[in-house]
Design a protein around this ligand. Structure first.
Ligand code: B1M
Length: 210
């Protein structure tokens, strides 16, 4: 549908006001809210995610697109609740204890939201206990940990251990950040590693729907 395509295009260009206007038009035309979300907003964010993965766009473009997406989501949120469109899963995210870097973590959050999942953002300097408590409280499927320092990435092992100790066997632990590797993920017994925000979102969705 042309209007949904226009929403996707405006989102990719980061035109927040255009996204709002077009989403409102789609609502007024009684376009099903799920289509506005999936074929308009999420489709646009998906394309941005792929381009980001391929270094065709960079951090600023992603942030601007995410802001445009949030504007559109705000308009459809009440209708989503009414229509009973459920989130595809819940992800608790944070940067590990001792680490204050949050730019990458915020990108992961936006991309995961772009896949239609609910994200509980615990911010930075998050202890293993806080990750576990939030996962329990929110019935999360995934704990997503970011670390940018070689001195803090070890905290991820603590999160894996504490989640195990707390009996959160169904909750998957996803790790990432510049010094983190697949090998490190395997060594600490985490469930998934993603090298970038778009792959993290793909992985989170796959884990939630597995
Ligand atoms: Co810091 N810092 N920093 N810093 N900083 C680095 C990381 C460093 C590499 C710089 C360097 O020395 N060349 C170095 C780490 C060295 C190491 O450990 N190997 C470093 C250091 C040493 C420090 C301090 C210790 C400096 C000091 O005080 N002596 C200090 C530590 C503070 C602390 O955390 N306790 C510090 C402080 C800071 C600032 C506060 C000034 C600032 C952070 C601001 C903020 O985040 N709000 C800062 C910044 C900006 C950087 C650099 C320049 C940029 C990091 C960044 O945001 N990159 C960085 C050097 C560099 O990378 N060039 C550096 C952009 C971002 C989009 O990438 O976060 O990697 P990134 O995220 C990617 C992927 O990694 C992945 O997806 C993202 C996008 O695709 N990803 C995930 C991230 N999390 C993921 C989670 C996932 C999956 C994928 O699943 C859950």
């Amino acid at each position: 549908m042309a209007l949904l395509n226009d929403i996707s295009e405006a989102l990719q260009k980061g035109r927040a006001q255009d996204v709002k206007t077009l989403v409102q038009q789609a609502i007024d035309e009684k376009t099903p809210v799920r289509e506005i979300l999936e074929d308009g907003l999420m489709a646009g964010m998906g394309i941005i995610g792929e381009k980001f993965k391929n270094n065709e766009v960079y951090v600023p473009e992603v942030l601007i697109a995410a802001r445009a997406m949030n504007g559109g989501i705000e308009l459809i949120r009440p209708l989503l609740v009414e229509a009973g469109v459920k989130e595809r899963g819940t992800v608790v995210i944070g940067t590990v204890k001792g680490d204050l870097h949050d730019i990458g973590k915020n990108l992961v959050k936006m991309m995961v939201e772009g896949k239609g999942m609910k994200v509980i953002d615990l911010g930075t300097n998050v202890t293993a206990d806080a990750f576990v408590a939030a996962a329990k409280e929110n019935n999360a499927q995934i704990i997503a940990c970011s670390a940018l320092l070689t001195t803090t990435m070890g905290e991820m092992k603590e999160v894996v251990q504490k989640a195990k100790d707390a009996g959160l066997h169904g909750v998957k632990i996803m790790v990432g950040g510049a010094p983190v590797t697949q090998n490190f993920c395997d060594t600490i017994g985490a469930d998934a590693y993603a090298p970038d925000a778009a792959s993290a979102a793909d992985s989170a969705l796959a884990l939630c729907t597995a």
